[in-house]
Design a protein. Structure first.
Length: 96
């Protein structure tokens, strides 16, 4: 009986562990900083955006730094790069 309980527990736990590994660290930072508070309306990679419309990876890095500084998020450089990587993979698809 103990083996059955252990097996059920591991079966339920394994998908959660796999899902946690699949989440991009930049997404976690992005979500924790509540970036969608503004970007739900502004969006990302929208053709009609005139303010901070990055056209390359350097522009995306500047945009993320702008938000980090102006909203006092307090990301470290590696965290900003994680957010840039996440946004690039999800929305922009710039070459590095």
């Amino acid at each position: 009986m103990k083996l059955l309980h252990k097996s059920i527990f591991l079966t339920l736990l394994t998908p959660m562990a796999v899902m946690a590994e699949d989440v991009h660290p930049g997404k976690v930072l992005h979500d924790d900083a509540n970036c969608m508070r503004c970007h739900a309306d502004l969006g990302y990679n929208q053709p009609d955006l005139t303010k901070m419309a990055p056209t390359d990876i350097k522009g995306l890095q500047k945009a993320v730094s702008f938000c980090d500084n102006n909203l006092s998020i307090g990301w470290f450089d590696d965290e900003k790069q994680d957010v840039v990587d996440y946004l690039n993979k999800t929305y922009y698809h710039f070459d590095h």
